[in-house]
Design a binder for this molecule. Structure first.
Ligand code: MTE
Ligand code: MO
Length: 369
């Protein structure tokens, strides 16, 4: 199998004078109103993504958070709780701090790989990033409010609002979680990202971080938590973030599917000599990564890569492969990952109407000179 190398992509800078809101000039822009930007290809080669290049995916314009945290950010707790009420950002200091590295991938990452093409943000590979998040386990924060044992879900509301699409009623960003996921000790209300207070771009002062789940579950700018007796049926729950494809019954998108990416060298690069180091990342929301294989002949034969770097429960695993090339010219390099539950990355992504969970093999082309 032969490939043709096109020019390697580099850092793209954003230039949008119309936007007064905080924008991130280091991201690969998709939209500015609301702000949507991918992590640039070069920055994907780092285990932790610096805050300045962590991808941003907003459905609405940034909310006004000027009432916080100096004047204290209030979160209302209502619905089926024995003691409904509220807590504030500063109340959180009395709870033990929970810190963990979490890889977050937007459900629409790599949407551009699907054929036929689907509408939505045309993400390439950069809607995935990893940060060390710190905050408080949500279950600890909610203990004193005493949730009704018959509750089915917790609903989270962000402060951002707008029309999700023309003609659909103005609403806040809202998503729910099953009780067991919401109350899992690793589901947290986070206030720190890579050791800094979370910036407004990423949901500061307070956001949910749901490890293992696609990004839509990690509601930013959390202002309200409601315990529900029946499943939430809002726009972002039952219309968006549903895997819909032909006859198969639609199902909600939840855990990140097993996937791997080659992050170095970059696609389309000329590489010198015959000894090459190929590396990338692999992740799965279901379990830790068990193995990664690499093919340097377009998928005919595979050899195991070495798993390197930190091995954390909720973050991607770096891998490395030493390749001795035997001839010059263009080569198609592929990687495939397997997680510890035996889930295999598929060669081809499952096409679906809204373009979620795109996790098929992602090849790069290298020109050996
Ligand atoms: N309040 C709110 N929370 C949100 C969103 C949003 O638009 N509003 N987008 C979600 C989606 S789809 C993703 S992928 C992640 C992105 O988080 P980030 O912008 O910090 O990368 O936030 C999620 N939480
Ligand atoms: Mo997303």
């Amino acid at each position: 199998m032969h490939c043709k190398c096109s020019k390697a992509g580099g850092l793209q800078l954003m230039d949008s004078p119309r936007v007064a809101r905080p924008i991130n000039k280091n991201l690969k822009p998709l939209e500015t109103e609301p702000m949507i930007g991918e992590t640039p290809t070069l920055a994907l080669d780092s285990w932790l993504t610096p805050n300045s290049v962590f991808y941003i995916r907003n459905h609405f314009d940034f909310p006004d958070i000027s009432d916080s945290p100096d004047t204290d950010w209030v979160v209302n707790v209502n619905g089926s709780f024995k003691n409904p009420g509220s807590f504030t950002y500063s109340d959180l200091s009395k709870f033990p701090k929970h810190t963990q590295a979490v890889t977050m991938e937007c459900a629409g990452n790599n949407r551009t790989d699907l054929t036929p093409r689907v509408p939505g943000n045309q993400f390439e590979s950069g809607a995935v990033s990893t940060a060390v998040w710190a905050g408080i386990s949500l279950s600890k924060v909610l203990e004193s409010f005493e949730i009704d044992p018959n509750s089915k879900e917790l609903l989270f509301e962000g402060k951002d609002s707008g029309e999700p699409e023309p003609g659909v009623k103005t609403q806040n960003f809202q998503r729910s979680l099953p009780i067991d996921v919401a109350m899992h000790p690793d589901t947290m209300l986070a206030f720190e990202m890579n050791g800094e207070p979370i910036g407004v771009e990423h949901g500061g002062p307070l956001r949910l971080v749901v490890p293992g789940w696609y990004g839509m579950a990690s509601v930013k700018w959390v202002r309200q938590i409601t315990a529900l007796d029946s499943p939430f049926e809002g726009y972002f729950q039952t219309y968006k973030y549903m895997f819909r494809s032909g006859e198969i019954p639609a199902r909600p998108v939840s855990l990140m599917q097993v996937k791997s990416l080659i992050t170095s060298p970059m696609n389309g690069t000329d590489v010198k000599g015959d000894s090459h180091s190929i590396s990338g990342f692999a992740w799965s929301g279901n379990a830790e990564i068990a193995s990664v294989d690499v093919s340097t002949d377009g998928g005919s034969t595979w050899k195991p890569a070495r798993l390197v770097g930190p091995s954390d429960k909720y973050s991607w695993r770096q891998w490395n492969f030493s390749w001795i090339s035997t001839n010059t010219g263009h080569h198609t390099i592929l990687s495939r990952a397997k997680d510890k539950l035996g889930n295999l990355q598929p060669a081809k992504s499952n096409w679906n109407e809204l373009g979620y969970e795109v996790n098929g093999f992602k090849s790069i082309c290298l020109n050996v000179i």
